[in-house]
Design a protein. Structure first.
Length: 474
């Protein structure tokens, strides 16, 4: 009898362990990559390194080795044909670069948990924020994937959720991140929140989108002990008190401030560096073709949103998806314009914001909107060791992709940019940035990816680059 009970116990343990192992492996993907980056000028061309989550060094040649594992949510449905309420997933992505700038990077390491429409995650994770064609875009204005992901915790409704039985859908989120020990200010924080809405069912021919996102760099310590900017080197000496004004910026104008808990700089303006974009878009779908028209309206001063001082500025996009076509599958036209900044409207000087321009991605305390010396937003706004030196930009981009033969897909296009520097330090440099990407499917879930890019103009030296990556999905 004891022998039978012991046998049943061991069998049950084995079954539970087997089910747990199957759960861990379900929807899990493994990927290995090895490749190289080459260039004629010894500097990695613009489109080989931009919007790559900070993983490609600026100097070449480079050998790169990458490995990742990703577990997605269980997509199976219950007896009522609905997704399970609870799910979890995770992701890890490690990179070793060998060359003039050898490095070991961990761009992704996160755990995510889903309960119905809500998702919580913690760690580093690749993301793009804003209403945009995420597949082909030249770079979403505020959060483009240009820099290494910031470690953060986040709770959100990541996919559009229907409000009752209406035709209104929303997605919303809030997060807290850590910049760490880098930059002019050390150990400061990131605050993010966003709200986007959609009018139109999933199968509607016409959909309308609108929303906004809000980013704040705040807190931290600095060597600048000027009492205007810090209290004993701290930019937010009472973080819990300061956070209410980070969360609700206009609250600072509605209640009496405790000036003993704030720096003079913050009590006069806002806690930290506030910036973001307000987005609007229209989508039309018919006869196998989908059109998406969008604009991202930037702001560095919140009052620019209601005064329309910088209404000309923003990222304009037209995305075309041809579902029934293979040779040309997607077409994207984008135009980035950041020249106005609230000082010029339609070519005429109209001073506003107390004669202070928006000066995108620049700030008096935090210097610039970057992480590890890489801009977190559009890669066309440029940074050096002294701060932002080029944020007055006109950039026209055109891209298309498709499949030429069954196993061979491509992406082709380029960007022409006119770079005018910043207000007070003008430059005049034109640049063309081109790229041709190919993806050839080999046998047994293996792929050969190549990318040819070139820089021609006066902003960057003439340069031709090549990357070749071998990818194996397991």
């Amino acid at each position: 009898m004891i022998r039978k009970l012991l046998t049943l116990f061991l069998q049950s343990i084995f079954c539970v362990n087997n089910l747990f192992s199957q759960s861990l492996l379900l929807n899990t993907k493994y990927q290995l990559e090895a490749g190289t980056y080459l260039s004629t000028a010894g500097v990695t061309p613009f489109w080989l390194r931009s919007n790559q989550y900070g993983i490609v060094p600026i100097f070449s040649p480079i050998l790169t080795f990458r490995g990742s594992v990703q577990k997605n949510y269980d997509s199976t449905k219950n007896d009522n044909k609905k997704l399970k309420k609870f799910g979890y997933g995770y992701g890890f992505w490690g990179i070793v670069n060998v060359g003039k700038q050898s490095s070991v990077l961990l761009p992704e390491a996160y755990l995510k948990i889903r309960y119905e429409a809500f998702e919580f995650y913690g760690g580093r994770r690749r993301e793009i924020m804003g209403l945009v064609d995420t597949a082909l875009t030249s770079g979403s204005y505020i959060w483009s994937g240009n820099a290494l992901p910031i470690p953060k915790v986040q709770i959100s409704i990541p996919n559009y959720k229907q409000l009752g039985k209406s035709s209104i859908f929303v997605k919303i989120g809030i997060s807290h991140g850590w910049f760490g020990n880098q930059g002019y200010v050390k150990n400061y924080y990131l605050h993010q929140k966003w709200l986007y809405g959609r009018i139109g069912q999933d199968n509607s021919k016409f959909k309308f989108y609108a929303g906004f996102n809000h980013q704040v760099q705040w807190g931290g310590v600095t060597q600048n002990i000027d009492p205007l900017y810090s209290k004993n080197g701290k930019l937010a000496p009472y973080p819990l008190y300061s956070y209410q004004f980070v969360l609700i910026p206009f609250l600072q104008k509605l209640i009496k401030l405790d000036i003993d808990k704030l720096t003079s700089y913050d009590s006069g303006l806002a806690i930290g560096n506030h910036l973001g974009s307000a987005d609007i878009g229209f989508e039309f779908e018919k006869n196998g073709m989908k059109l998406l028209l969008y604009k991202q309206q930037p702001y560095d001063f919140a009052r620019s949103l209601y005064t329309l001082n910088n209404i000309e500025d923003g990222l304009y996009g037209l995305s075309i998806n041809l579902k029934k076509n293979y040779i040309v599958k997607n077409v994207l036209i984008e135009y980035l314009y950041t020249v106005s900044q609230g000082l010029y409207r339609f070519g005429k000087y109209k001073a506003s914001n107390y004669v202070e321009n928006d000066n995108y991605f620049s700030h008096g305390q935090y210097i610039s909107y970057d992480y590890n010396s890489l801009i977190m937003g559009t890669p066309f706004i440029l940074l050096n060791e002294r701060g932002i030196y080029n944020n007055r930009v006109k950039a026209f981009s055109f891209y298309l992709n498709g499949t030429l033969v069954k196993k061979f897909s491509y992406l082709f296009g380029g960007t022409f940019s006119s770079n005018l520097g910043i207000y007070g330090i003008n430059i005049s440099k034109n640049q063309f940035l081109g790229k041709i990407n190919t993806n050839y499917s080999l046998k047994k879930n293996a792929f050969l990816l190549s990318q040819v890019t070139f820089d021609i103009g006066t902003l960057y030296s003439k340069n031709l680059g090549l990357s070749v990556i071998f990818r194996k999905n397991l």
